[in-house]
Structure formats: C-alpha cells, structure tokens
Design a protein around this ligand. Sequence first.
Ligand SMILES: NC(=O)c1ccc[n+]([C@@H]2O[C@H](COP(=O)([O-])OP(=O)(O)OC[C@H]3O[C@@H](n4cnc5c(N)ncnc54)[C@H](OP(=O)(O)O)[C@@H]3O)[C@@H](O)[C@H]2O)c1
Length: 262
Amino acid sequence: MTAVTTPADYTHRLLGLEGSTAVVTGASQGIGLAIAQALASAGADVIAVSHSMPEGDSDARTAVEEQCRVFTPLRCDFSSREQVAALAADLADREVDILVNNGGTIRRSPAADHSDEDFDHVMDVNLRTAFVLSCEVGRAMLERGAGKIVNTASMLSFQGGINVPGYTSSKSAIAGLTKALANEWAAGGVNVNAVAPGYVATANTLALREDPVRSQSILDRIPAGRWADATDIAGAVLFLCSPAASYIHGATLPVDGGWLAR
Ligand SMILES: NC(=O)c1ccc[n+]([C@@H]2O[C@H](COP(=O)([O-])OP(=O)(O)OC[C@H]3O[C@@H](n4cnc5c(N)ncnc54)[C@H](OP(=O)(O)O)[C@@H]3O)[C@@H](O)[C@H]2O)c1
C-alpha cells in the first residue's frame, strides 16, 4: 500500500534539516543566535563560533539544546589570520553540511577620518574570514557533492551607507563573493547564497538606535514600519539552508521590510 503523504510530510521534506551539521559564525548573540536556534529547530546539530563563545553556559547553547540538538562551541578571533586558518582546517574535518558566514563587525567614522586599520579590521572579519572558511569547508562539500553556504550581506551590499566605508566595502564584496563561489560550485551540488538584512535591532545597530534623528529617519523609510527582529532574518536563512532552496544559486536575498523597494 502506498503511504499517504500529508501536507506536514511535504513541508518537512522541504524545510527539514535532520541529520545535518550546521556551522553558524557570530552565533553568540543577535542574528547569529537566532539563526542557530532556527537551524536547530529544523533538526540540525550546530557548531557555534564567535570571538568570545563560552565553553559552558551560553544563550547559543540553550537555544540549540532546547531543540534537543548537539551543540559545539568554538572560539575564534576573525581578525587573526592564524586563528581563522586553524578554524577552517578544523571545520574541514567535521563533515559540515551547512555553513552560515554571519559573524561580523562595524567601525563608524566619516570616510576622510576612517583609518586604514579600521578598514582592514572590518574587511578581515567580515570578508576574508567568509572567504577562507567557505573555501576550506566548500572543498569538502564539493567532494561529497552537497552543501549549503549562506553569507550575511547587508543593505550596504546595494547602497553606500553613511560613515561606514569599510563596512560597505566588505558587504558589497560579500555579494560579489557569493556570486563568484556560486558560479563555480553550483554544478558540484553546493548552493552559495546570501541574506541581506535590513535594519535589525541588535548590538550592531545600537549606535544608530541611540541617535534619535538617525533612528527616526531610518524608521520613516522602512515600508513595514518597524525595525527587523533577528528572527525575521533567521527564517530566510533557514529557507536558504533547506532542500526547498536547492535551485537557488548566487542570490542575495533582501530581508528588509521593503527598504530597497522604496
Ligand atoms: N543588525 C543589523 O541591522 C544588520 C544589518 C545588516 C547586516 N548585518 C550583519 O549581520 C551579521 C550579524 O550582525 P548582528 O547584528 O547580529 O551583530 P552583533 O549582535 O554585534 O553580533 C556580531 C557577532 O559577530 C561576532 N564577531 C564580531 N567580531 C568578531 C571577531 N573579530 N571574531 C569572531 N567573531 C566576531 C560576535 O562575537 P562575540 O559576541 O563573541 O564577540 C557576535 O557573535 C553581521 O555580519 C552584520 O554585519 C546586521
């Protein structure tokens, strides 16, 4: 007798991640924490990476273990070439099915005053690390003929921004890197895409939210009429990591409350 397929089975096949291992960088807080929780809720074990990720109790551990999934914390400073190389080698040995390059930083100052140290730091953390981890983990994915990589882009992958020239450069390059890797790896069964969050209420945007003029002008321009919550972004990342997104390659998906449509 043929088994009956219920709508729930079908949804599960499209979005379920059981049996997979996901690496989420920048998983200590904010968007990365919400992504770790979303992937775990869909069935993935999670390797959570950040600069200060605790071995013991953490919000990330709670988020993953509450979903009855295996949690592995790893610590790495993305501004250190040596530490990133060591992390990449470690991850390449672990059969990673999903890599979410989410960890990131921002340095704010007018372009004329923006030091090259700040520029290099932001480029190293936001861009070079994503490249190095993607290459090491992606090589192993290609050998297995399957894998998902999702990078975290930004509205500043499309626009110039104000007082953040290093950040804008890094996020514009993330969109380019996403396309470059997708072109090479799509035929090998590896999906490389990016999510471009709009304005999300996290530590990254604290300075903006504390400036009443900037904060209001940003809010006034968002068609949805609110800042994003980290879970708004996590849902889109879950989709891009899932079988439902198997035919999507090289896309940078805005999750912006309509910001770019305006
Ligand atoms: N919030 C927004 O509106 C927004 C909009 C567009 C794009 N994004 C992007 O979304 C991503 C997550 O941002 P968020 O808003 O969630 O920021 P967040 O709350 O400040 O979290 C940043 C994460 O990145 C990690 N990180 C920062 N510097 C690091 C370093 N040197 N080495 C290793 N890890 C480091 C932090 O680790 P520790 O906590 O351990 O230091 C933390 O886990 C970033 O790529 C950001 O650019 C954010």
